[in-house]
Design a protein around this ligand. Structure first.
Ligand SMILES: Nc1nc2c(ncn2[C@@H]2O[C@H](COP(=O)(O)OP(=O)(O)OP(=O)(O)O)[C@@H](O)[C@H]2O)c(=O)[nH]1
Ligand SMILES: [Zn+2]
Length: 353
């Protein structure tokens, strides 16, 4: 049985459902430690034990068991660490994450972003960064991981058409999603986001580079994170956050900061997408045709009732999801099918000529 100081570990986000997993682990060595991952590197990680951070290497058995489950260690994971001779720390086990946020890169690879997150702050600037399609992708990313999304629109003090944009947002997003416009530089963030900052809560900040993630993280936590000066001209921030890390808030919550995501899609299958865009699914039940694509079909209940761009975005995400759900063999089969179709087509045109 592993002895833990629950109150101490709660400051770095330990929850009852994670702690209860410890009861099932019997073969832990004397002095085995429960710690939280704050940085992930190739074969080592930085872990936090509630007091301080330290480096630890991954035991082969952990690497193999993660690979066998098509998983990877992520910031926010809870792990068991043993101290070997010479004070070296080794990670032997990862506890099953309660939530796990992953994305797909443009080449289809699955990439773990964070584990055991309660709230995802979807950070977007009210400047040129404002993009509702991207925000919808973030929403799906969070919701398909079982994480509550909260939209935080930064730069309300310097943004353009703030009221008009908030209206667009309210019209387009499902009502269950809360959104706030604020100045990330002042006192506003801690006050407005207080309901999500209770002790033991873990938050993640998601948004493009320059959106204001580090600025928000600074405003909410006690630690100071370097923020990038905005380059002249295009207002885009430099990539200043190089390592994902965990910050403690005075309120008792903790925050995981991530570098800006570049090209990615949510790791959501068709079902998760449908859940995130459930307003479309609900309307689609009233379409005349059951397989209505909501394009040109008569009697479509979706077209016109849903924001046109939201519908286009849903279709695009659905296409991407179907593509990444295909195995390499499926892809070859699909390509071969097209080869046959094209060959037949060419043969027909040759005959005609
Ligand atoms: N006026 C104003 N400036 C802001 C606000 N939020 C962020 N900024 C500025 O925008 C720039 C970029 O903010 P960061 O917090 O570094 O952005 P980031 O999302 O952490 O960027 P990366 O670390 O590159 O991923 C900084 O110069 C901030 O001072 C805001 O609400 N109002
Ligand atoms: Zn339809």
């Amino acid at each position: 049985m592993i002895h833990i100081d629950f109150e101490l570990l709660r400051t770095i986000g330990l929850t009852q459902s994670v702690a209860s997993q410890l009861a099932t682990i019997n073969d832990a060595a004397e002095g085995t430690l429960l710690a939280r991952v704050t940085q992930v590197h190739r074969d080592w990680a930085v872990i936090h034990d509630g007091v301080a951070e330290s480096r630890a290497r991954l035991l082969n058995k952990l690497v193999q068991s993660l690979q066998a489950n098509d998983s990877a260690l992520a910031v926010g994971d809870w792990v068991l660490a043993d101290t070997h001779a010479h004070g070296e720390q080794w990670l032997s086990e990862r506890l099953a994450p309660v939530t796990h946020i992953a994305r797909r890169t443009s080449d289809g690879r699955r990439q773990s972003l964070a584990s055991n997150v309660d709230t995802a702050l979807l950070v977007m600037g009210l400047d040129h960064d404002f993009n509702l399609r991207r925000l919808e992708r973030y929403l799906t990313l969070a919701e398909s991981a079982g994480v509550e999304p909260v939209v935080v629109l930064t730069k309300a003090d310097i943004g353009h058409e703030v009221e008009e944009r908030m209206r667009q947002l309210a019209e387009r997003l499902p009502r269950r999603v809360q959104a706030f416009a604020l100045n990330a530089l002042g006192e506003e963030p801690a006050r407005i986001l207080a309901p999500w900052l209770a002790p033991g809560q873990t938050l993640i900040l998601l948004g493009t580079s320059g959106a204001g993630k580090s600025t928000l993280s600074n405003a909410l936590s006690s630690s100071r994170q370097e923020t990038g000066g905005v380059r002249g001209g295009d207002n885009r921030g430099r990539h200043t956050t190089t390592a994902r890390s965990l910050h403690l808030c005075p309120s008792g919550a903790c925050i995981i900061d991530t570098p800006g995501l570049r090209s990615w899609q949510p790791d959501a299958d068709e079902e998760a997408l449908a859940a995130s865009f459930d307003d479309i699914g609900e309307l689609a039940r009233h379409c005349q045709f059951r397989d209505c694509a909501h394009e040109e079909e008569p009697g479509c209940a979706v077209r016109g009732a849903v924001d046109a761009d939201r519908l286009l975005n849903y279709r695009k995400l659905l296409r991407d999801a179907r593509r990444s759900q295909q195995t390499p063999l499926d892809r070859i089969a699909a390509r071969n099918k097209w080869k046959v179709v094209i060959k037949a087509h060419n043969a027909r045109t040759r005959q005609r000529d």
